[in-house]
Design a binder for this molecule. Sequence first.
Ligand code: PGA
Length: 534
Amino acid sequence: MRVILCENYEELSLQASKIVASQLILKPESILGLATGSTPIGLYENLVKMNEMGEIDFSKATTFNLDEYYPIKKSNSQSYDYFMNKHLFSKVNINKSKTHIPNGEAIDPVKECEDYELLIKQHGGIDLQILGIGQNGHIGFNEPDFNLNSVTHLTNLTESTIEANSRFFESREEIPTKALTMGISTILKSKKIILLASGASKSKVVGELLNSEINTNIPATMLKVHPDVILICDRDAYSGVRLGVDIGGTNVKFAVVEGNTVKFKTQTKTEKESFEKLIKTISQQCIDIISQYKIKTVGIGTPGIISNGKVKATNVPFDNVDLAKAFKKYIDLPITVDNDANCAALGEAQLGVGSQYDNIVMITLGTGIGGGIITHKHICDGKTSNGEIGHMIINAVDGIPCPCGQKGCWEQYASVSALIRQATNAALENKNSTLYSIYEENSNQLNGELIFEAIDAGCPVANQVFSTYLDYLAVGIKSIIKILSPEAIVLAGAITLQNDKIITPLRERLKDYDVDILISTLQNDAGALGAAML
Ligand code: PGA
């Protein structure tokens, strides 16, 4: 399912009308599946305008509506027959005899459904189906059930649908309790489907749709088996309030995000005694936050490798554990888990310095080199965790051994640990250098800050070490650019706080490449914020 995220209802209606217009332009005799409800009204208004301006032609089109109340008179202002005439059919050059709506006045509703299904089939099926989504996940009037009826059928409306529709009727008694509706398989046979969702009242169900497995209790999840579905939704329907959790070896960070706004951040120490204890303490903190903010979804960023939903990590007690399942024991919300470096990249791409780009690679320089690849604003997912750019081999001949088992991995040359090792070796080889004096003064140890102290003091040895380090860093980045062609590379990690000292010489080394080199603006918060955006 592709998602088109729109800023507001107007943009949603515009995007939907462009798709319907393209369909009609490419195939004037299209069979359109139409929906009623409040959501498609803006779409129909746009189609009416386009038709008036001669941009689209309905004269050869045929339409089939999704559903109709039963029983209901066509003349009833709440019937879908009335709705379609009011919002579309009476205002465009459509041939009325080519429009079809299940007949709410039919004496034999079962036969009416059979005939309707057959008629769609005789027309060769629907080319483009427009759908809304109910707050309970219904599409058409296919309500949540153990068993979903696949073809056009007579159905009972659920209490929640009756409640949601009560706004259109003067009294509750007037609301029909039954409907005639296309079935799930009728809908799935459509060649292309657009699903529209607008407003905060839909954010819970949109979150469930995107995060749940296919299940009949959320009928819209059935659309996940269709190869060409586009969910078009506005920010209110899409975002809700999200909680992101970034599990690290030392701290667990939490962030609450609404739309693009960070509402709250906190962190706790990582409880490493046992898996159960860690899950319980994180869940407890989540439950506290969930009770204060109306959280709709929870995203978890974890270190380690994720394979078939199971996480294996070294610096936290995760030994092939299903994290989503473990948290589900305590938290009754949709939960998504991804690798922490991927989350950081997503955070930067959605809320940080990468937000103006669609395709970025985030490189985190620390003990190793972490990577996250974002294509079209989404994490580029592989079979297991991917974006392990630190383990790209840059020296195949006599490369430095890496704990991963390979030799010559990039992180053995361009991580901060590698820089410290290179600087320590250089200091020991040049005992009259400032770098060596600093090394000695600090109990025979160096760290990133001390190396920059030597550089600031004008030490040529430190300068040479750092220049070679930047060459190594640039070599890896060049490969990444060649392979992925991102619009921007975002660098993160404490070393990048030395902004000008790293970014200017690095840009110089990469000046022949058409890519923006940027420093992360979210830094340590990127993981939790990105987890919230999963
Ligand atoms: P709505 O209804 O567009 O009025 O929100 C959608 C639906 O219930 O399918």
